[in-house]
Design a protein around this ligand. Structure first.
Ligand SMILES: *[C@@H]1O[C@H](CO)[C@@H](O)[C@H](O)[C@H]1NC(C)=O
Ligand SMILES: *[C@@H]1O[C@H](CO)[C@@H](O)[C@H](O)[C@H]1NC(C)=O
Length: 231
């Protein structure tokens, strides 16, 4: 576009310049000198067409510089935005799992154990490992973590121990505990936002005596997702 317009302008300039030169031809014939015309300072007086064309060309050049600058600003902004989008895309992280699809109780055990949720609703990049029950944060950021525990005492009047701890790197960050003999079933939920570093391990720990029971209704769930990255 610009090149075409510029070429057109240049041609126009040449044309006008040639015409301008023609007017300086000596019509009195060769050898007869004509009064010398003015120097560059008076160019606009003697050759207004060529002069106007030159001014126009200067103006066009300035405009082109300006547009070149704006264009490179835009291109820079665009590539920054594209980088950000790529960054957001590659930083996606989410998992959501449930204890079981069939009637099953996890616990009680004589020692604490990590709960291995076997039903995978969502597991981007396999950051949750169903073999050991651990989610490993792929990158630093603020993550939302949610756990719901549910248990069934088996019979009315039996003691119920619906309890589990949400842990980050082996440290309890939220304990859920519904221990009683008043009703047969109970559940508890914790939802929190936590700053995690890449490589941090998040899991649900089942303390001694606690047990989680469920079936295809998915009463026991564990979910985590990256809200926003901080690296
Ligand atoms: C504008 O950019 C084009 C393409 O990069 C370049 O050829 C041209 O010389 C630039 N014009 C000016 C006035 O800087
Ligand atoms: C749950 O609460 C009961 C009653 O306060 C307590 O005896 C029990 O130790 C707690 N269990 C866990 C795992 O924190």
């Amino acid at each position: 576009m610009w090149e075409q317009q510029l070429t057109g302008l240049l041609l126009l300039c040449l044309f006008v310049t040639v015409l301008g030169e023609n007017t300086n031809y000596n019509w009195n014939g060769p050898g007869v000198s004509q009064p010398t015309l003015a120097g560059p300072a008076d160019a606009c007086l003697t050759d207004t067409a060529a002069c106007g064309c030159c001014l126009m060309k200067k103006q066009m050049n300035r405009m082109e510089e300006y547009f070149n600058m704006s264009l490179s600003d835009l291109q820079e902004g665009l590539s920054r935005a594209q980088n950000m989008i790529t960054n957001i895309r590659t930083s996606r992280s989410a998992f959501s799992v449930a204890l079981t699809n069939v009637r099953r109780c996890f616990g009680p055990f004589r020692e604490g154990k990590i709960v291995d949720y076997k039903v995978i609703f969502l597991n981007l990049d396999n950051r949750y490992n169903p073999d050991d029950g651990m989610f490993i944060a792929p990158r630093s950021g603020v993550y939302v973590l949610a756990v719901t525990v549910y248990s069934d005492a088996g019979a009315p009047g039996s003691s119920l121990h619906a309890c589990a701890n949400l842990r980050i790197n082996d440290v309890d960050v939220a304990n859920l505990n519904d221990t009683n003999m008043q009703d047969q079933e109970d559940s508890a939920t914790a939802v929190l936002a936590q700053q995690l570093s890449a490589g941090d391990r998040v899991y649900i720990y089942l303390p001694i005596d606690c047990s989680l029971c469920g079936d295809g209704s998915h009463y026991n769930t564990f979910t985590g997702f990256l809200l926003y990255a901080t690296d």
